[in-house]
Structures are given as C-alpha cells and as structure tokens.
Design a protein around this ligand. Structure first.
Ligand SMILES: N[C@@H](CCC(=O)N[C@@H](CS)C(=O)NCC(=O)O)C(=O)O
Length: 210
C-alpha cells in the first residue's frame, strides 16, 4: 500500500488536524502530509475535492479518503490498538472523554482559538468559557489514573484530543489547578507535539480571504 496522506490545515491554527497527526506519529505509521491553508479563496474547493465534509483533516488511504479527526484516529487504532487503554472498561471511558472533547466545549473553542504564533497573554472570557475550563479540569481529575503522566497512564488518543486544549490554556494564561497545570506541561513537553509546534512557529500564510 502506498503511504497515506494526511491533509491538514495551518499547523498554527488547526486543532482538528493536530489530533490525528499526533496519533499517526505515535503509532509509527509513515505518512505524507499536505497543508491546505484555511480561509483562502481556493480553500473550499480544495477541501471539497477531498471529502463531502469540506473540512480538514482528511486521511487519504488506499481504500479511500477518511474525514473527521476521530474517525481517522480510530482507523489508526485499528492498526495500533495500544493507542487506547488495554482494559475494556478504561477503554470505554477513554472513548467517552475523547468524545466529550470532540463534540463539546463550544464556548472554549469559540473564544480561545488555538494560535501557536500568539505570544501568551490573558484574555477576557465569558461565564460559559470559564464553565468549560472548570468542566475540563473536572473531567481530567475524574479519569486520571495517577499511574503515568497521561490521562490513562500511557499516551492515548484521549491525550491527542486534549493537546490543543493544553495549547489554549498556555496561550491565554488560564489559571489551573496544580494537577491540571502539570498535565498541560506533560502534553506540551511531548517530543512529538514539539515537532508540530516548531513547524507551526515557522508558518507563514496569506491574509484571510473573508
Ligand atoms: N468534526 C471535524 C471538524 C473539522 C473542522 O471543523 N476543521 C476545520 C479546520 S480546523 C475546517 O476544515 N474548516 C473548514 C474551513 O475552514 O473552510 C473533525 O473532527 O475533523
């Protein structure tokens, strides 16, 4: 099979792209990557050529194009089951935590966009955004096993889903509990994430189209 191609958005901005990129790297699957700059005149046409969802990420494989970050991570996990916890109960909880991130925390996502080129500065936030921040910390405290630095001990797809959140907490100087702050530092110190971060810092792109 030829190498899969992961189509992603700008590394500084595209949280959904970061998640499967980390997961593929952690699985040790060789892949090519193709950056499609977001919010340019030709962006929508380029995205529609890859999937009806017209979003990145998209993983181009020998059997077809897979869109949606979580679906791509599940495709990777079928080949590398260790990306989810081994214990069936913990695996179900890890999927629940991951799904909570995938479908929730709209206020946080809207008000604190990931921007890896922004220097850390605090920002005014709504009550809804503060509530999301509290709920995320409560979620982490609820599931963290304490057996390793990550949510379920070893690195899992759940950690991929919260890495963009960790960048937001850092970029917007969000005050956190000691435990949450330690977990954020673990995610940001991960060597695979640091490769993404270094590339994001070097990115340049044209002004937004809209
Ligand atoms: N639920 C999707 C969301 C993907 C998404 O919204 N991606 C954004 C970029 S981070 C996008 O492609 N937006 C289309 C655009 O900017 O034209 C997933 O998990 O992959």
């Amino acid at each position: 099979m030829s190498r899969p191609v992961l189509h992603i958005g700008n590394k500084s901005l595209s949280t959904w792209s970061l998640r499967p990129w980390l997961t593929l790297k952690k699985a040790g699957i060789a892949f090519d990557e193709n950056v499609i700059p977001l919010d340019q005149e030709e962006t929508r046409e380029r995205l529609l050529a890859l999937s009806p969802a017209a979003t990145v990420p998209v993983l181009e494989t020998a059997v077809g194009n897979i869109w949606d970050s979580l679906a791509i991570c599940e495709w990777v996990a079928e080949q590398s089951p260790a990306l989810w916890p081994e214990d069936a109960g913990l695996r179900a909880i890890a999927r629940a935590v991951t799904s909570s991130m995938h479908s929730g925390f709209a206020a946080l996502r809207g008000e604190l966009p990931m921007n890896l080129q922004r220097e850390p500065t605090a920002k005014d936030m709504s009550v809804a955004c503060w509530a999301d921040i509290e709920r995320i910390q409560a979620l982490w405290a609820h599931v963290k096993t304490g057996e390793g630095p990550f949510l379920f001990g070893d690195w899992s797809i759940a950690d991929a889903f919260f890495t963009p959140v960790a960048t937001r907490f850092e970029t917007y100087c969000v005050p956190l509990s000691t435990e949450a702050a330690a977990y954020v530092q673990t995610l940001l110190a991960d060597p695979v994430y640091k490769d993404w971060h270094a590339a994001a810092r070097l990115e340049t792109w044209d002004a937004p189209f809209h």
